[in-house]
Design a protein around this ligand. Structure first.
Ligand code: NAD
Length: 365
């Protein structure tokens, strides 16, 4: 089969890890007989340096005409001056908005061989394997009014938390569909004891739930969820929530895996149903790690897992995605580690070596 893909390496370690992701993808193409047509573009700091904008119209058009986008990371000290008008992150926000990427998926899976490598006790971490679904284009971060103003008694500021039933329905549906293909347990997170928007969220979740009698739906308050994520993270299968709650909780959840270098993400423009191919943007959850850039140190597992997500959701290639995930598992089992997940008695490798080892397993050689 043929697929077209836009590759946006970005800044810092972005280009280094992207190179390993593409290597693994090409190995999939060779082994399973697929043709991936790659078009490279600029985003973030490199785009600002080259064109004065964090995302050009041409790059955006290229993304709109493709089946999926693979992104490295953006940002770095060079573009950090708070007085500048254009920031590398503007490129990411523009992509999410213009490509209508409303569903952010972050799988949190602790590889069995890495249970000793996190800040939590191994018995708590063992078996952790869930997906976090965050609404990405609505809620408190986007709704209006939002402003700051002067009053006779000092300054005031306001933000607005608004959700329409359509926005809630489509994101909750993403949660149900994912749960249906997994352990059939969906936790919907809200603050319905306080917030009106959360009460609507809960009602709509229950209404959509009637279409999914095979999936168990549980409602959880956001504060309770933040505790449960640390106390018993293996409890979760699929978690769905709004933009701000998701922003905070998904970062908390990412700590369970031990390193930012291990976690992928997908931002989708539709509901992932069995057999459907959905446009999406795939990227590791980590940033550009400027201090590690150019040193062949960064862990490429997060981007390679992002490639696996792309194969599954945008290309409909579940078997190929599984091969990539198994390849990573096998390499970790053999004891190879990048610096961030290194432990005693294991073999330390760099970005390229880790990418090569995984690619070899993908290729079956
Ligand atoms: P970061 O994710 O870049 O780094 C956090 C820590 O994790 C650092 O110690 C880093 O060395 C380590 N790390 C990150 N990725 C790693 C990998 N693949 N392998 C091994 N170690 C890894 O976050 P930060 O330091 O807060 O931000 C650095 C820059 O990245 C900033 O400019 C920030 O704005 C930007 N950023 C971009 C994104 C994105 O592109 N989506 C996300 C977060 C931060």
């Amino acid at each position: 089969m043929q697929f077209s893909l836009v590759v946006l390496p970005g800044d810092g370690i972005g280009p280094e890890v992207i190179a390993e992701g593409i290597k693994a993808l090409q190995a999939v193409g060779k082994r399973f007989g697929h043709d991936f047509n790659l078009n490279y573009g600029l985003v973030g700091g490199v785009a600002i340096d080259e064109m004065g904008v964090a995302l050009s119209q041409d790059t955006l058009k290229m993304c709109q005409g493709s089946d999926a986008v693979l992104l490295g990371a953006v940002g770095g000290p060079k573009w950090d001056d708070p007085k500048v008008k254009v920031r590398p992150e503007d490129g990411l926000l523009a992509l999410r908005k213009k490509l209508r990427l409303f569903a952010n998926l972050r799988p949190v899976k602790v590889f069995p061989v890495l249970v000793d490598g996190t800040n939590l006790k191994p018995e708590v971490i063992k078996g952790v394997d869930f997906i976090f679904v965050r609404e990405l284009t609505g809620g408190l971060y986007f709704a209006r009014p939002r402003r700051q103003w002067q009053t006779p008694r000092g300054r005031r500021a306001t933000d607005t938390m608004t959700y329409s039933e359509q926005e809630i329905e489509r994101i909750v549906r993403v949660g149900f569909e994912l749960a249906r293909g997994r352990r059939k347990k969906l936790v919907s997170v809200d603050k319905a004891n306080v917030l009106e928007s959360s009460r609507l969220w809960r009602q709509v979740a229950m209404e959509v739930g009637e279409e999914y009698p095979d999936v168990e739906l549980e409602h959880m308050f956001v504060d309770a969820c933040s505790m449960r994520l640390i106390q018993n993270p293996a409890y979760f299968d699929v978690v769905v929530t709004g933009n701000m709650f998701g922003d905070i909780l998904s970062d908390e959840a990412s700590m369970l895996a031990g390193s930012m270098g291990m976690l992928p993400s997908a931002s989708l423009a539709g509901v992932p149903r069995e057999g459907a191919s959905i446009f999406g943007l795939y990227e590791p959850i980590h940033g550009s790690a400027p201090r590690r850039a150019g040193l062949n140190m960064a862990n490429p597992v997060a981007i390679i897992l992002s490639v696996a997500m792309m194969l599954r959701y945008s290309f409909g290639l579940a078997k190929e995605a599984q091969r990539v995930e198994s390849a990573i598992d096998e390499v970790l089992r053999e004891g190879y580690r990048t610096y961030d997940i290194m432990s005693q008695g294991k073999t330390k490798v760099g970005t390229k070596e880790m990418g090569d080892l995984i690619t070899k397993k993908v290729a079956g050689s």
